[in-house]
Design a protein around this ligand. Structure first.
Ligand code: ATP
Length: 234
């Protein structure tokens, strides 16, 4: 397993946000985490990226214990988070935003990476000289994902990529995620849109008030009665 989370607990002061959480993600897998508002999804992701303290349990990345590692160290190890919302540098061009994603790397292969990104996402090529702030919400989210990919992550963390987007743009973002999956990018996807997330995921986990209550393959969870009732409105 590339990422292993064992018995994880996390608190905000006296409030316990996570309790005894277990989760694993294999290399090349797309794993979705679904759950209601306030279930602790964002907290779990923040524990993985290293910006939220862990009060019990441990996190292993490629076999090494990173429970207490700084977030910088985790980035260096290849854990890259695409932030919730669209935290692009609005006045900078699309291309400069992409280059920023590769700031830790050097050399001519950055140009190759850009070209590869443009082949995958032609709209970004078309708009590469425009300020990122002029892109649509969906395109900015796509840019945020591509910027993270420029760092060649081993694990990409996606926090609610569909949040606040119109339905058409949501399907655009999930097309992007499918493409990443086909290319064997290891993905940890946190989503309130359970239907779309479980529809693309190899495996999924369901978090309720800080505890993991269910895990199975994406397709199996989509047909699970409890999931259908609580998260799919069926
Ligand atoms: P959402 O989809 O709304 O982001 P979530 O599943 O990501 O929800 P979290 O944001 O991880 O849930 O929150 C989990 C719990 O921790 C909730 O009860 C929330 O109220 C609490 N919480 C989150 N952030 C803080 C904070 N900064 N201070 C205190 N409590 C917090």
């Amino acid at each position: 397993m590339l990422l292993e989370i064992e018995g994880l607990a996390s608190h905000y002061g006296r409030i316990q946000a996570l309790d005894g959480v277990n989760l694993a993600i294999g290399e090349g897998e797309l794993v979705a985490l679904v759950g209601a508002n306030g279930a602790g999804k964002t907290t779990l992701l923040r524990c993985v990226s290293g910006v939220q303290p862990v009060s019990a349990g441990r996190i292993l990345f490629d076999g090494a214990d990173i429970t207490r590692a700084s977030s910088h160290r985790r980035v260096a190890l290849g854990i890259s988070q695409v932030p919730e919302g669209r935290q692009m540098f609005g006045p900078l061009s699309v291309e400069d935003n992409l280059r920023l994603g590769a700031f830790r790397r050097k050399g001519p292969n950055i140009a190759d990476d850009l070209e590869r990104m443009y082949v995958r996402f032609p709209i970004l090529k078309e708009k590469r000289h425009l300020p990122a702030g002029t892109l649509s919400g969906g395109q900015q989210q796509m840019l945020a994902i591509c910027r993270a990919l420029m760092s060649h992550p081993r694990l990409l963390l996606l926090d609610e990529p569909s949040m606040g987007l119109a339905p058409l743009l949501v399907s655009e973002i999930f097309d992007t995620i499918k493409l990443l999956k086909e290319q064997k990018t290891t993905l940890f996807l946190v989503e309130q849109n359970a239907h779309a997330a479980l529809g693309v995921a190899d495996r999924g986990y369901v978090l309720e008030t800080g505890a993991m209550v269910l895990t199975d393959t994406g397709p199996a969870l989509l047909t699970n009665d409890r999931v259908r009732e609580a998260y799919l409105g069926i």
